[in-house]
Design a protein around this ligand. Sequence first.
Ligand code: FES
Ligand SMILES: [Fe+2]
Length: 390
Amino acid sequence: MEAKRVGEQKPPMGLTESQWTAIQSIRPLEDMPIPTDEAQRPVSVYLSDERYKSEWQDLFGKVPVVATMSAYLPEPGTSLAQDCYGVPLLITRDREGIARAFINACRHRGSKLVEGNEPVKSGRISCPYHAWTYAMDGKLVGIPRQETFPSLKKCDLGLVALETFEGGGFIWVGLNHKEKPQKLEGTDQVCADLEAFGMNNMHVYGRRYYDLPTNWKFVIEPFLEGYHVQRLHSESIAKLFDDVPSVYDQIGHHQRQVSGKANFDPAVLDGDIDNLHRHITHAYLAFPNTIVVTSPYYISVMVLCPRAANRTVVDYYMLVKSKPDSEKAEALYAKSFKLIDEVFGGEDFRAATIQQEALHAGGVETVYFGGLERMIGPFHDSVESFLDKP
Ligand code: FES
Ligand SMILES: [Fe+2]
C-alpha cells in the first residue's frame, strides 16, 4: 500500500492537494494506530445560561457564520428571509450577482420586509406596511408621499447592512452589525476544499428545519467523531462503516475528517476514481457551527443555530449535482432525503436531545471524550479561545 504516495499522483476530481494528502494517508483498518487522546468537560459548558450568553456575544457576534447556501439563492434579483439565528436576516443577490445581507427590518417603523423562508424573486424590496422600497443593495429608493417626511433623506435610511462574503458554497455573514467579523484563519482553505466538491454550483434538492431542545455543541459533537456510528446507528448506517479511526486535520479552528468506508481498500486510489465518495466520507466543521458530510450522490449541510443554552435550530440542506432529470434520479434523492431524516433526525439529533434532558438532573458533572472522539476536545478549545470567561 505504500507504493504510491503523496506527490506521485495528481488529485482526482479537482480535489485540493491538501484533501488528496489526507485521503492518501488513510490506512487499512489493521494498520491504523489506536488513538488514545482523551479530553473532558464539565456539563456546565452545555447547561449554563451564562456560558451560552458568552458564546453568543464573544463567538457568534465576532466571527462570520453561514447564513445560507449560495446554491439556495443562485439567481440575481432574489432575496431570502433567514430567521434561524433568531436575528432577522435578509439575504439578497443583487442584479450583478453579489450576495448581501441586512437586518430584515424596514427603516420606517421596523416591519419585517420579507417573510417566509423561501427565496423570493423581485427587482426591489417593498415593505408590506407602507411600501417604502429598497434596492437589492439596500438603498432606500422610494417613500410614498415623501413630502410628508420633510426632514428625512433617503440616502440616510438604507437597510442596516451586515458584513457578507461568499465562499465554499456558503453565504457567510457577521451577525453583529456593529462589528466587522474577523475572517478566521483556514477559512479560505476550507472553502477551496468544498468548492473542489462543486459545492458552489450544486442544486438544493431539499431543506428542512429541526428545532431541538438541546445545546448546539451536543448537536455538533456526533459529527466530529466516528465512535458512535457502530452503536447509535447499529440499525441504520453502521454496516456502511467500520469502527475505524479517521484522518483528522485541524485547519485553523475548522476541522476536516476523512474516513474510509467499510472494507476500504487504499488500492482504489491508484486507479481512476469515478466517484470518490463511494469509497470515503468527508466531514467538515466550518467553525463554529456548520457541518458538511459527503455521500456518494449528495452532500448534507447543517447550519446549527444556537438559540438558548437548551435550544438549537438546525437548517439542513441536501445538495445534489443538478436538478433530478429522471424519475430514477428523483426516486434516489427522495429516498436519501428520507434516510437523512431517519438517521440524523431520528438518531444523532435524538441522542443530542436526550443528553440535555438527562444532564439537567445534576448527577453527572463531567463528560469524557476518548481516542475515537479526539476532535471534540479541540473543538471545545476553539470555542473557549473566543470567550472572555470560558
Ligand atoms: S414600516 Fe415599512 S414602510 Fe412603514
Ligand atoms: Fe451519526
